[in-house]
Design a protein around this ligand. Structure first.
Ligand code: BJW
Length: 228
């Protein structure tokens, strides 16, 4: 690691799989249990908010019964020990990176424990019960929704992410299928900026050919193995 000065790490659902959180596209994964159009689009929420709120309640409840795995804790150790600049970007809406000890995590697809007001755009903590549709704590409008990025919406902090990709010298993608943009395109941004690109995934992802190097296996083994 000593040869690198600026690292960008992108994580996806695969890093949390061994903690017991379902991935999206695996057989039996979340998209086999639910229609994407119904639960992960603004149109689905407008059509049937209760269905969408129920889907995210279920995901939030599942968080209470899981703990970070060695892949999360290895990245936290890297953050503490690496002497250069490190940006950890996650597509995950769980909080396992934080609970594993990472202090600075950029959640580009939002967070399960956060609510977004569609009137004033304030983000606030998700309350234990939203059944009675409490108002926004800032503007008082009854317009809170899950603070997650659905298809057709702009992920968070894209300007900062692209800026960092342009100057990084190592890009590492962990546990993501490379099926969803813009995250799936980060490897090409980093590569054209001259960064070394490494994939750590259970199997080759859709974008595997863009990486200089790939290590395949469960995240709880390959991530600590790489960080060592
Ligand atoms: C392990 C493992 C173990 C398993 N160890 N590994 C046509 C072409 C190109 C783009 C588009 C298009 N049509 C529409 C688009 C855009 C669209 C898109 O990409 N669609 C695709 C389906 C084609 N994207 C958007 O709409 C995005 N916004 C956007 O583009 O705005 C415009 C824009 C323009 C320019 C710049 C910037 C923006 C928004 C996307 C929002 C995605 N939202 C979701 C839901 C979030 C909330 C929630 O969690 O419910 O995000 S969808 C879902 O997919 C979730 C994930 O973050 C995301 C990625 O999934 P991930 O993490 O990769 O999971 P899986 O299941 O796919 O893969 C797991 C991997 O782990 C697998 O490879 C396994 O092998 C591996 N694994 N166990 C290691 N133990």
């Amino acid at each position: 690691m000593a040869e690198f000065e600026r690292i960008v790490i992108l994580t996806g659902a695969g890093i949390s799989a061994e903690s017991g959180i379902d991935t999206f596209r695996a057989a039996g994964g979340l998209w086999e249990q639910h229609r994407v159009e119904d639960v992960a689009t603004p149109e689905g929420f407008a059509r049937n908010p209760d269905l969408v709120l129920g889907f995210y309640d279920m995901r939030r409840e599942a968080l209470a019964n899981v703990v970070p795995n060695p892949a999360h804790t290895a990245l936290a150790r890297l953050e503490r020990e690496f002497r250069g600049e490190l940006l950890l970007v996650t597509q995950n809406v769980d909080d396992l990176h934080e609970r594993g000890g990472s202090a600075r995590v950029l959640h580009m697809h939002g967070e399960l424990k956060s609510a977004l007001c569609t009137s004033c755009e304030t983000r606030s903590p998700w309350l234990a019960t939203m059944i009675d549709r409490p108002p926004c704590p800032v503007c008082r409008a009854p317009t809170l929704r899950p603070d997650v990025v659905w298809f057709g919406e702009m992920p968070y902090q894209m300007g900062r992410i692209y800026q960092t990709l342009e100057t990084c010298d190592l890009f590492v993608s962990i546990g993501t299928s490379g099926a969803v943009y813009p995250a799936a395109g980060f490897v090409q941004e980093a590569r054209s900026a001259g960064a070394h690109c490494l994939e750590l995934n259970l199997e080759p992802s859709e974008g595997s050919r863009f990486f200089h190097e790939s290590r395949h296996g469960p995240a709880s083994a390959v991530v600590p193995g790489w960080v060592e």
